[in-house]
Design a protein. Sequence first.
Length: 302
Amino acid sequence: MEPSQYHLPVLLHEVVEHLQIKPNGTYVDVTFGGGGHSRAILEKLGPQGRLIVFDQDEDAYRNRIIDDRVTFVRENFRHLHRFMKLHKALDADGLLADLGVSSHQFDTGARGFSTRFDGNLDMRMDTRNAKTAADILHTYSEQRLLQIFQDYGEVTNSKTLAKTIVQLRKAHPLRTITEFKSLIQPIVKGNPAKYLAQVFQALRIEVNDELGALKDLLTQSQQVLKPGGILAVITFHSLEDRLVKNYMKTGSFEATDDNPYAFETPPKLFKPVTKKPVTASEAELKANPRSRSAKLRIAEKV
């Protein structure tokens, strides 16, 4: 499969420009996906340069780049520090994370990420993990389901949705996308496509513990980057963007008030390079509508 068909890399030129790639540097792409960003980084690297890539997805591994300068780690990026240490690649010059789901994952119905197809309610980015979206729908308590839909999907009627699922699952299987959609159809609020996208986003984040993994990645990024190293993160929804923005600004995941009378100021770990997030150009939006919600934030390790 052609990499471009697999996944159109978002904000490619902006990423390459901001990473300021040194020919003999060490770089990490923690979300290899279709390899678009990795290939662009590799083009700028000389014979002594190194690229470490992470991806837990089997399809991404099958599409890996065969090059002596590239090390492929088929693991979740939350294990960043351990594997960077193992491959003697600490003190990296730059790290890129392009979060969310690749176009290939969305377009493969059997993976269960998209509401457009029928398939099992799976949503695992790493198929070696046990827990699927169907497991969550069948086993989580009403309160826990409410929390997920509220926090991760910002679903308007989370309470009704959680209650409906718990009532219906006793008598109905919730194994496939079609079964699930038809059962919750009577309570869908507003635009059905948007509503289902929010519900699916919430389930996907829970299945893959995406926010927990992102926090682990950000915390470890300052352990693997050298001073002056660049951290570049592309997010696709406000939950991720908020974590990245706060961490780059204050080294914490919560927004902190700039209180001049505070006794302790946590040491600055990063300094943001761009005041506002970088977004897609008009040309890119035309070529790839999925880039509309992409936000790139860049920071330099202090």
